[in-house]
Design a protein around this ligand. Structure first.
Ligand code: MG
Length: 399
């Protein structure tokens, strides 16, 4: 039997592109055998680091790294109160690292351990925004030139056009106008379909910024534009309105990037109320719960659309892709450009060609980290402005 044990668990904080990333390195008693995992919760990275260093590390040292399921289950309940983005991200860092180690021990990429490939690469979507329609068109056209066939269009970031008339003394923040935003979206897609036709797949993210009844109206209005999906029309706090959206529109719905407990998706999946699960894989605890969620979704015809923005580390992007290659019900993979700088810090990054992302075929997740280089890009404990959302009257909004 295996005598390999976990020797050390280390947290690596780095921000090569100015976005705080949290990576976990699990080292084993076997010389040179270690794994990497993504634990990135950009806005609370220090809390995640504490959860790893002060709580998970002492829990894990001396344990068998091959017992992934057992470690996941016992670590999750070891605090008795469980779940939440801080603890789940911390556990994800460990979980992905253990899958990485298991792959290295087997001499196989992680997708092989999940059951092998259903496809050679994952189709990706990119995010095109702009201050005006002409700029969005330009950005869409530039992605099409690169062979991208799925594009998420946003007018002014996530609809954050600041044409609000605020009261005197209104507090600073990222102001946006939900009604102006809702009116702008059908115009946006009218223009995009007119310019690019219907061969291109178009997506849109509401970012949970509308009142439920406005989300219903928007989903109906967007129906003629045949979106690939409409993302997060409702916040986790107001999910009941999904039945209204569903009853009144055939616009495909992707939901859940803010969910942190796998059970949150269950009624939406089993009730036929969504078409794609949006999941920030590290926020639910890593590959172990994500693959189960993918399998549950398969039974109900729901496809996967793992969250893949800049606040997922390249290790997390690699983990997403290993899941994508295996899942029969893979839908689409959100993609963020892994810049040359990120590729230097994380050797072995996935590559993109003609609209498809490919994993590195090396054993495990296929990705490494240059810790010396990573240390050159320290994280900064500052909130991004977009998280400080405010409504036209100065009241708090949802980012
Ligand atoms: Mg989103």
């Amino acid at each position: 039997m295996s005598t390999i044990t976990i020797r050390d668990v280390r947290t690596i904080l780095t921000a090569p592109e100015g976005i705080n990333l949290v990576v976990v390195k699990v080292e084993t008693s076997e010389p040179g055998l270690y794994g990497l995992g993504c634990a990135t919760f950009t806005q609370r990275y220090l809390a995640v680091a504490t959860a790893i260093e002060d709580y998970l590390k002492p829990f894990l040292i001396g344990k068998d790294p091959q017992r992934i399921e057992d470690i996941w289950q016992t670590a999750m309940v070891s605090s008795y109160w469980r779940n939440g983005p801080v603890l789940n991200n911390a556990l994800s860092g460990v979980d992905m690292a253990l899958w990485d180690i298991k792959g290295k021990l087997a001499g196989q990429p992680v997708y092989q351990l999940l059951g092998g490939k259903c496809r050679e690469a994952a189709a990706i979507y990119r995010h095109a925004d702009g201050r005006d329609l002409a700029e969005i068109e330009e950005n869409v056209a530039a992605f099409m030139e690169q062979g991208i066939r799925y594009i998420r269009c946003q007018w002014g970031g996530y609809g954050g056009r600041n044409d609000c008339v605020t009261p005197e003394g209104a507090l600073p923040g990222a102001y946006f106008h939900p009604d102006a935003y809702a009116r702008s979206v059908p115009k946006l897609f009218d223009r995009m379909r007119e310019r690019f036709g219907f061969e291109l797949e178009l997506l849109h993210d509401v970012h949970e910024r509308l009142a439920p009844i406005e989300a219903v109206r928007l989903a109906k209005q967007l129906e003629p534009y045949r979106l690939f999906f409409l993302e997060d029309p409702l916040p986790p706090e107001q999910l009941d309105a999904i039945r209204m959206i569903r009853a009144q529109s055939a616009t495909p719905i992707a939901m859940g990037e803010l969910f942190v407990h796998p059970r949150e998706w269950v009624p939406l999946i089993s009730g036929g109320l969504i078409d794609f699960i949006r999941v920030h894989v590290s926020a639910i605890g890593g590959i172990t719960p994500a693959r189960k969620l993918a399998v549950l979704s398969e039974s109900f015809g729901v496809r996967t659309a793992w969250h893949g923005p800049g606040d997922v580390s390249p290790v997390g992007h690699a983990a997403n892709l290993h899941l994508d290659l295996n899942a029969v019900n893979f839908g689409i993979q959100e993609w963020y450009e892994l810049t040359d700088r990120l590729r230097e810090v994380f050797p072995g990054c996935p590559t993109v060609r003609n609209g498809y992302a490919y994993v590195n075929e090396a054993p495990g997740l296929g990705i490494d980290i240059d810790e010396k280089l990573a240390a050159k890009y320290p994280c900064r404990n500052e909130l991004p402005e977009w998280t400080l959302a405010r409504l036209p009257d100065g009241g708090p909004g949802r980012p």
